[in-house]
Ligand binder design. Structure first.
Ligand code: TYD
Length: 204
């Protein structure tokens, strides 16, 4: 893989995507690729400040305000971290991106999807993920993985997360070429093999 690549990892909280991202990073680095790991919200700098508000502010936050905070983080992240790295030929692995906003704020909170898509485009400019993995898991299992110490987003309740999960599956149906759904109830190794297989298939 000599040209840059932008890969995003999506799914409900506790779906195992971060573990899979780390495993793919190791595989790619062992094979000589230049890889960076990053995340939304809150890669570094300004993003860290926005993340602090999003996950820990304890006052009321309207769904539209919440959407704009995620979008502000995204615009900064794309301009200052993702684009420069991809342009240098690096493989960027990103924990959450545009589909989180559609799934959580759109399908989950009920903000109008078409408007969120437009705003996502404004935040990302020309940059789109080359491939997106959605780690699909039932909400009971995912919530048991999250545990009792929940941040502001994780405290939203089972019904909310059921909607988010359905949202991801709907997005995958609409964009099957980009979005790959992986059954995340399987073993870590089985899932990782699938992830690596897909990556090799788009850029062997
Ligand atoms: P984080 O601790 O990074 O969760 P995880 O390890 O599950 O990725 O918290 C990010 C939270 O923000 C998570 O609950 C998903 C949510 N989120 C949105 O609601 N919209 C978004 O656009 C993004 C990027 C994240």
């Amino acid at each position: 893989m000599s040209k840059g690549l932008f890969v995003t990892f999506e799914g409900v909280d506790g779906c195992g995507k971060t573990t899979q991202m780390n495993l793919l990073a190791k595989y790619l680095k062992d094979n000589g690729h230049d890889v960076i790991l990053t995340r939304e919200p809150g890669a570094k700098g300004l993003g860290e400040k926005i993340r602090e508000i999003l996950l820990h502010y304890d006052g009321e936050v309207s769904s539209r305000a919440e959407s704009f905070l995620f979008l502000a983080d995204r615009a900064q992240h794309i301009d200052k971290i993702v684009n420069p790295a991809v342009e240098q030929g690096k493989i960027v692995l990103c924990d959450r991106h545009t589909d989180s906003t559609l799934a959580y704020q759109g399908y989950g909170r009920g903000v109008v999807l078409e408007q969120l898509k437009m705003l996502n485009n404004l935040a990302t400019g020309q940059r789109k993920p080359d491939i997106t993995f959605v780690f699909d898991i039932d909400i009971e299992t995912s919530m048991s993985r999250v545990g009792k110490e929940k941040d502001r987003m994780e405290s939203a309740g089972i019904e909310f997360f059921e909607k988010v999960r359905k949202g991801y599956l709907e997005i995958a149906k609409q964009e099957p070429d980009r979005v790959k759904v992986l059954d995340s109830t399987r073993s870590i190794d089985e899932i990782s093999e699938d992830v690596i297989k897909y990556i090799r298939s788009i850029n062997p």
